[in-house]
Design a protein around this ligand. Structure first.
Ligand SMILES: Cc1cc2nc3c(=O)[nH]c(=O)nc-3n(C[C@H](O)[C@H](O)[C@H](O)COP(=O)(O)OP(=O)(O)OC[C@H]3O[C@@H](n4cnc5c(N)ncnc54)[C@H](O)[C@@H]3O)c2cc1C
Length: 306
């Protein structure tokens, strides 16, 4: 299916490829049996809650705490910028189960399944965004939220590594989304420059416009094949952190270059709300921020090279 709405793709993509894989990969059979069928049918919507008001890039700095109390875990803390946050039924929440020390910051984090109606859980506020406006983004609060012990996913205290594993899939999907968004924007722009008249003929006849379109198409194609190559490696079960980080970095920057140029080629109409290209440019701005920023991708790539 094709959609011009980046937000719709994002809301669905978070559910299918960023949040629910935590249950599929690390949940117990009992939890999977209980939640997965409705998740697959789209009746239960999921969200992934890692980022906190104090920071998102430094995942190991998570401050939300989970303390064991008998056969339950008790969660306290807050989460920020959570997609599907206001509308989800089930949340996968990263929390610290032990304090962790300077040398082992990445240990002591676990992922918990929290149902929306659990006492102590509240959606503090829905956030107003620049783009992706049809996808809700919320701040969440956890005050003495009790979940049964079996709602801890995977092995206790090693959630960071599991989060990182799902991040690889998330970043590939973000890459695919950026490529698809850019392709659609270019299609719209090609149609526009064919129709728009200036100086006695269509814009599409001007060499400078034709060359700009050719450059954008080439850029999108390069991004597409970089993404496909990483998908193949990932699919084969090979280590692909470097390639996937390159995909996330390259496609996020690419889609913003395409957005800038496509708005420019639309002239004044490109700046108007009535044209899809204006929304596209606002939606695209998220790509180098969400799911790991471009700076963090460069850090990961450099770490692998140097
Ligand atoms: C619309 C939207 C939806 C989101 N959905 C979700 C979601 O569903 N679940 C979720 O958990 N999170 C979600 N996020 C959060 C997103 O993943 C974070 O915003 C992102 O990881 C960056 O974290 P931050 O905003 O705290 O920025 P910070 O970590 O505070 O970074 C601020 C700036 O500093 C840079 N920076 C940070 N560290 C370094 C460094 N070491 N070197 C160089 N530069 C650095 C960053 O690249 C960035 O430019 C969403 C965000 C948005 C905007």
């Amino acid at each position: 299916a094709r959609s011009r709405s980046g937000s719709f793709a994002m809301a669905v993509g978070v559910h299918t490829d960023m949040a629910s894989p935590h249950l599929y990969w690390t949940g117990s059979e009992a939890l999977k049996e209980k939640y997965l069928p409705a998740i697959c049918r789209g009746e239960t919507l999921t969200a992934i809650a890692v980022t906190e008001p104090g920071g998102g890039s430094d995942v190991a700095a998570i401050r939300t705490r989970a303390v064991r109390d008998g056969d339950a875990w008790v969660l306290n803390g807050s989460k920020m910028f959570i997609t599907n946050g206001a509308t989800a039924d089930v949340y996968f929440v990263a929390a610290r189960v032990e304090a962790g020390d300077a040398g082992r910051r990445h240990r002591g984090i676990s992922m918990f399944l929290v149902e929306r109606h659990t006492p102590g859980f509240t959606v503090s506020r829905t956030l107003d965004k620049m783009g992706m406006r049809a996808s809700d983004t919320a701040e969440l609060s956890f005050q003495d939220v009790r979940v049964h012990a079996d709602h801890l996913l995977g092995r206790e205290g090693v959630g960071f590594y599991e989060v990182m594993r799902v991040f690889q899939r998330e970043r590939l999907v973000a890459g695919l989304q950026a490529v698809a968004m850019a392709g659609r924007a270019l299609e719209d722009t090609i149609a526009y420059v064919r129709e728009r008249q200036a100086f006695g003929g269509p814009l599409a006849d001007k060499q400078v416009v034709r060359h700009r379109i050719a450059d954008l198409a080439t850029l999108i194609e390069a991004a597409r094949w970089l993404t496909y190559a990483a998908c193949l490696k990932y699919q084969a079960g090979e280590e692909a952190v470097r390639e996937i980080s390159m995909v996330k970095l390259f496609t996020a920057e690419m889609v913003n270059r395409v957005a800038y140029e496509c708005v420019q080629l639309h002239g004044g109409y490109g700046y108007m709300r009535e044209y899809a290209i204006e929304r596209f440019a606002r939606d695209a701005r998220l790509m180098p921020i969400g799911g790991g920023t471009s700076e963090i991708m460069r850090e990961i790539i450099a770490k692998q090279l140097l």
